[in-house]
Design a protein around this ligand. Structure first.
Ligand SMILES: NC(=O)c1ccc[n+]([C@@H]2O[C@H](COP(=O)([O-])OP(=O)(O)OC[C@H]3O[C@@H](n4cnc5c(N)ncnc54)[C@H](OP(=O)(O)O)[C@@H]3O)[C@@H](O)[C@H]2O)c1
Length: 415
């Protein structure tokens, strides 16, 4: 087997989230005993040089690779030099396929921050067979969506097996606290999904299927609850509203169950929501959230209001929360798992930093590092074969340890 020059290449190092991740990785790798050979990549040498300069001494020797997201030859040349490529070039539905295809064809491991389920589904259908042949491990959703959810359920199931010798067949996740903002790239990705769905009734219908990302032969039949309005949740003794990332996370968690041989059970149920408090105020906050989300979706679906939002309200590509806002961000999410005997297990997952940026950049950085070091194809422990994996089926306890030690996250059993 040939040994590529770089353990890890960050494609899109100039993006809002890519620059944060690049700074994080430079500092992180400089503090680690094991050297990691890494490079930054993108389409603009001038911008990449500016990113490298911003890294200071830690970045002086980081190589630059030029590649345009639309140029297959350049992307294949990039893949030939890399063990793992992670991409922050989004919206992925607009720019992501040529790189993913190049990775699948060249057997290069791949990770990203997408939450665009319609694109993930297309990529699984089109490129997973190639990845299975070449050995490329393709891992989407390695950011705030969907690592805290997917690894949170994985962690809860590990505890359930230890405590009960059986999985928790019903899990609910509720966001207790969330402080953070959105970048231009994230908004562009969300708007692109709404645009695609508005133009395609079949896609609109498919997106409501909780098993949308499962392999066709999944055989799951359990009816899934969907928090689509304000509802009182007795298990959490509080009101809940829809959580904006639930439509991504729930589908990823069900794919994890399918790919792990139904390790969570044939009749596993899972849903996510956002806690808004108790009493009349909690109910009012839940209703306000439902109304706000509905208004955003309706405005984004119609061209004239969408243009107004893009022009005057929402952040543009390259823009996002300030460094102060990123540092002040955090999240606290709660899981309750139940087994078939009605026994209960509680898990809390928390993260420091703005979820989408301060935290996602570290999560993706650690996912990439885990792919390159913990799951190296030529290493002693090879792990998964080629294919399209979820975080919870690609990674294991070593990823949770990395997230805990190096990415400001905590996974705790609380009851
Ligand atoms: N899952 C999560 O939790 C999470 C969190 C944060 C972000 N995201 C996702 O991450 C993505 C990036 O978001 P962002 O706000 O950081 O994006 P952004 O600032 O708008 O950056 C977009 C990036 O794409 C690059 N790019 C565009 N066209 C290209 C091409 N033809 N060839 C090469 N590079 C090209 C840009 O390069 P130039 O600098 O050269 O223009 C830039 O690096 C979005 O899809 C967003 O949804 C997800």
């Amino acid at each position: 087997m040939t040994h590529p020059d770089h353990d890890l290449v960050v494609f899109g190092a100039t993006s809002f989230v890519g620059t944060i991740m690049t700074q994080y990785l430079a500092n992180h790798f400089a503090s680690q005993p094991e050297p990691v050979r890494w490079a930054i990549a993108g389409r603009s040498r001038a911008k990449l040089e500016a990113v490298r300069r911003s890294l200071g001494a830690a970045g002086e020797s980081v190589p630059i690779i030029l590649a345009d997201a639309t140029n297959e030859d350049e992307l294949r040349a990039l893949c030939a030099q890399a063990r793992v490529v992670v991409s922050t070039v989004g919206p992925y539905a607009l720019y992501g396929e040529p790189l993913l295809k190049a990775c699948a064809e060249t057997g290069t491991d791949y990770g990203d921050l997408t939450g665009e389920t319609q694109w993930i589904k297309r990529m699984i259908d089109k490129h997973e067979p190639t990845a299975q042949r070449t050995g490329a491990r393709l891992v989407h959703c390695c950011g705030f969506d969907s690592v805290p959810s997917d690894m949170g359920v994985y962690f809860l199931q590990q505890q359930a097996l230890e405590r009960w010798g059986a999985p928790a067949t019903h899990v609910t996740m509720r966001v207790k606290a969330l402080k953070g903002g959105a970048s231009g790239g994230t908004i562009a990705s969300m708007i692109n999904i709404v645009e695609e769905a508005a133009a395609d009734p079949a896609l609109r219908k498919a997106l409501t299927n909780p098993y949308y990302l499962c392999p066709p032969e999944h055989g799951f039949t359990a009816r899934q609850h969907w928090v689509k309005s304000a509802e009182f949740d007795p298990a959490f003794d509080a009101w809940a509203a829809p959580f904006v990332m639930a439509a991504v996370n729930e589908r990823v968690v069900h794919r994890s169950n399918a790919l792990s041989g139904k390790a969570y059970g044939h009749q596993f149920t899972y849903n996510e929501g956002m806690l808004t408090g108790t009493g009349i105020r909690g109910r009012a906050a839940a209703l306000a959230l439902v109304a706000g989300l509905g208004a955003f979706m309706a405005s984004a679906a119609i061209k004239p209001t969408r243009s107004l939002l893009q022009r005057y309200v929402l952040p543009k590509p390259g823009e996002g929360p300030s460094p102060e806002a990123q540092a002040a961000g955090r999240y606290d999410i709660r899981f309750i798992g139940r087994n078939d005997n009605g026994e209960m297990l509680r898990v809390t997952v928390t993260g420091e930093g703005d979820p989408g940026y301060g935290s996602s950049s570290k999560i993706l950085g650690q996912a990439a590092t885990s792919l390159a070091l913990d799951h190296a194809k030529d290493g002693a422990k090879t792990g998964r074969p080629g294919g399209s994996w979820t975080p919870a089926t690609m990674f294991d306890e070593r990823f949770i340890e990395r997230l805990t030690r190096h990415a400001g996250m905590r996974f705790e059993v609380t009851g």
